[in-house]
Design a protein around this ligand. Sequence first.
Ligand code: ADP
Ligand code: MG
Length: 619
Amino acid sequence: MADIIQLLPDHVANQIAAGEVVQRPASVVKELLENSIDAGGTSIKLIVKDAGKTLIQVIDNGKGMSATDARLSFERHATSKIRSAEDLFSLNTKGFRGEALASIAAIAHVELKTKQDQDELGTVIEIEGSDIKNQELVVTPTGTSLCVKHLFFNIPARRNFLKSNNVELRHIVDEFHRLALAHPDIEFLMYHNGSESFNLPISNYRQRVVNIFGNKTNEKLVPVEEETEVLKISGFVGKPEFAKRTRTEQFFFVNNRFIKSPYLNHSINAAFEGLIKDGSHPSYFLNLTVDPKSIDINIHPTKTEIKFDDEHTLYAILRSAVKHSLGQFNIAPVLDFDRDRNLDTPYDFENKKATTPSVEVDRSFNPFQEEKIQSKSNSYSSSYRKEPASQWESLYVGLESKGTKTENDFSEIQFESQPENESLFNGDKQVETTQRTYQLHNKYIISTIKSGMMILDQHRAHQRVLYEGLLKHLTVKESVSQQLLFPLNLDFSSSEMGILNNLKEDLEHTGFVFSSFKDQTIEITGVPINVPESEVSIILEQLISDVEHEVPDSNFSATDLLAKSLAKSLAIKTGQSLTQLEQEHLVNSLFACKEPTVSPTNKVTFITMNVDDFDKKFI
Ligand code: ADP
Ligand code: MG
């Protein structure tokens, strides 16, 4: 038989290896920033265009390279950081595999300019897809500048696979944050498409956190300090009242390296137990220092996981250190271990005054009159309950239920009985008392239909109803908003402000009224009719995170994303019990929609089961 094994040509082998190291623009950013940190730079500048798809450049004032080293640095397994396997155990650099530059050069156009302090002239090298195009002497400042253009130019499949600029930029900013937080002793600057995104001067750790996450972060931070034989902890946790809906402010660093550890994250959650709402995440910025011999850093370049020798001890120390800090700063009510937990006031009742119960009789109450709006409530669920008709209808004005219903294929879904059409006292006919909908586990609504029954997911169905209503508001650009009694001030980081700024006009079309929109604060004087004031910040936070993580699909648009995000935030949740009237309203509203079968994110909203199916089961 003929031989079938062939050696891969170098450029193919390099491209494959590059795939491991470079998955997206953010991977390049991480590798270049790490190299600059390893080179001892005290000022590092990151310049990005089109979320890194067009340009990524990192400029440092570190030690630079000699002409020979500059050339060698692009060879695979060329590293100045380790000489023998032994060195792996006393590692204090970020890189050591000597693969990053070789990989990046295999799949992009790269220009390196570098000069050592003692040299008069530096070196410039230009490489395209591993081919050296040029090398010469050049006038350049001490340090290194690495410029990466046209990433994945020779692997179109990879290039096409990149996500939208919002998503790729989010990944870049994440890497930038991680490294900047781990090194407050280095100045970091970042520019995107010509404008400054971050300017982080050398500072203490607290100031670094504040410079990244916005001025208002300062008042949120509670210091955590602890030193034991096995572990030193320093850093901050966020006060419980500032817990976020997303996990964007959770950072662990072990020996200056960012790591992800669900286990240690759990220990922080345990320390916050009872202090924050379910579904919220405490912020934390914690540096752990341990003996390098007691950890095993997974040396895969893209992984950030780590294995500790004695995880259980770390867990316990971390939890108690955080608990202690929260207690010391008077944030947790007690640290008395013998105390009966049942006697603690739940966090959300803490600041409420006790009120004397009173019996009030509404003399004008007429049980035969239709329910009227009674009071304005803060909580969505109660306001939703009290004003079902007005609230529902405001969301799908203009969507004529009858008209659209017949246009769709849902004509086969016929509801079993239609009491509205029958008069209440219909001769000798019995009064119609059949209940038409049932709620199952506060999650599904079951309705009988001619052919059998229909089971509807309340959260998804409501999302669909809200989504179509919001889209309508956004496209006709007329919306109803409710004026707030007092303006609401909300703080955001500069990158969050950037996202909100892009969506400002659309948000206004949904009913938001902004009286000021500058620096890191926005002032809101009006909100969409359906949005309770207390939820505004959560809704905007969710929106920002949806924009940052959105996966583009063919019909992607900012408007669509906004409508999806708001619908998700505002829709009634699983677990919420609904009155008979609300259930029926939901079913009717869903079938008044243009696309009732799926939620805005394309998940099934209801299923039907035929009597035949039941019959088969009863054989
Ligand atoms: P590694 O960082 O794992 O050693 P890289 O491919 O990232 O591998 O870099 C190869 C070598 O190039 C490094 O070991 C270092 O000597 C040199 N180098 C890379 N970037 C810089 C820089 N910004 N300043 C000085 N030297 C650098
Ligand atoms: Mg490196």
